[in-house]
Design a binder for this molecule. Structure first.
Ligand SMILES: NC(=O)c1ccc[n+]([C@@H]2O[C@H](COP(=O)([O-])OP(=O)(O)OC[C@H]3O[C@@H](n4cnc5c(N)ncnc54)[C@H](OP(=O)(O)O)[C@@H]3O)[C@@H](O)[C@H]2O)c1
Length: 335
């Protein structure tokens, strides 16, 4: 889907963004520097944003002062870097930005103009609204990373034959990441047994909750002779490792931010650049875009709200207390 191409923007132009002022405090600022041009990044005008618990973690703990927060967005491409091949100005897109990035503070999604890595940006199909599309970026990256990078399960296309009959459990299926995981799990090759009742020996588990309760449950149902448990919530719950020592189960967690392939930091923690994962993200981008375009992966139900970036700040406060059940809060940007 194409919009009208825009003129190249001047770097003297300023933008509006939600930035971290200090730990626990973020505000809207209107004099924020325009993103610089990077060879494998696009620059886009945003249309909608989706909220994640991670946005509040960025404000409270993970993000650096001055960094723009937010991950999930959709909008219209304005400019593309010199190595970008998949996009051109005017394309309607959605994706994942690394918000609260202390190394690249300009990278967050909650702004009128964003910069987004090509490998984490996808074309929006016409049948999805900008609000619906904005809810997909984080979930697709997180579950794509869990199933096909960390667990190395066969990608949906092309179908790779597998000889054994492994089983996969998605814990927390009513979460956004859980609904995406279930839809992707249905595309695994037929040799994956379909089990509707716990009792079968589970070989793989993606835990979309990552609480003590969920991990205790998962530790009990994961095959006693080995298996792989992946919690999308970090750190890995201690109780899992206590009940399932390394020799009886592989246990992993990962941040979707690693899909950029770039180095990043949290206070007291460093994550080295992972070029191979960055290349995997490019491959997954093509597949994920196709799955959404073919309606094989549908968005989680959304609660669409008006109010632009001011609304986003209100919404972030709301989800600190209680996230809405079974829905993703999405805001349209003020035009
Ligand atoms: N690794 C990463 O990079 C990454 C990326 C995205 C998210 N995450 C993390 O993954 C988790 C899920 O994120 P999300 O965006 O998918 O969340 P979400 O859509 O807000 O899902 C939360 C839902 O999960 C259900 N739930 C909550 N606690 C539960 C429990 N103990 N057992 C079963 N279901 C429970 C609730 O559904 P009901 O209302 O129906 O009970 C709630 O609506 C969060 O902790 C998030 O921080 C990590």
């Amino acid at each position: 889907m194409q919009g009208s191409p825009s003129k190249k923007m001047s770097t003297a132009q300023k933008r509006i963004a939600i930035r971290i002022v200090s730990s626990g405090i973020a505000e809207i600022q209107s004099n924020v520097t325009f993103p610089r041009s990077r060879s494998d990044y696009i620059i886009a005008k945003t249309k909608a944003f989706a909220l994640n618990a991670a946005d509040n973690h960025q404000i409270d703990v993970l993000g650096g002062s001055g960094s723009i927060i937010g991950c999930d967005w959709s909008g219209v491409v304005l400019e593309v870097g010199e190595n970008v091949t998949e996009f051109k100005p005017g394309d309607y897109v959605y994706g994942l930005c690394h918000g609260g990035n202390s190394i690249e503070p300009e990278d967050g999604a909650f702004a009128d103009i964003v910069t987004s890595k090509e490998s984490l940006t996808m074309h929006k199909p016409e049948f999805l609204s900008f609000q619906e599309a904005a809810s997909l970026g984080v979930g697709l990256a997180t579950i794509g990373q869990a199933l096909y990078w960390v667990m190395n399960l066969p990608l949906p296309f092309p179908k790779i034959p597998v000889n054994s009959g492994p089983t996969l459990l998605i814990y927390g299926g009513s979460s956004l990441t859980g609904t995406i995981a279930i839809q992707l799990a249905k595309l695994l090759p037929d040799c994956f047994e379909r089990v509707n009742e716990i009792g079968a020996s589970i070989t793989y588990i993606v835990d979309c909750i990552g609480s003590e309760e969920s991990s205790i449950f998962c530790s009990k149902v994961l095959s006693p002779t080995g298996g792989h448990y992946h919690s999308i919530k970090a750190p890995l719950p201690k109780v899992f490792k206590e009940s399932r020592p390394e020799k009886t189960a592989v246990a992993t967690t990962a941040f979707a931010y690693s899909m950029t392939g770039e180095r990043f930091e949290f206070p007291g923690m460093e994550f080295a650049a992972d070029v191979a994962q960055g290349q995997f993200a490019k491959k997954w981008r093509d597949i994920a875009e196709d799955l959404v375009a073919k309606r094989k992966v549908q968005p989680h139900p959304i609660l669409a709200r008006e109010g632009g970036l001011h609304g986003v700040l209100d919404g972030l406060n709301e989800i600190r207390n209680q996230a809405p059940r079974g829905h993703k809060i999405v805001y349209s940007r003020d035009s």
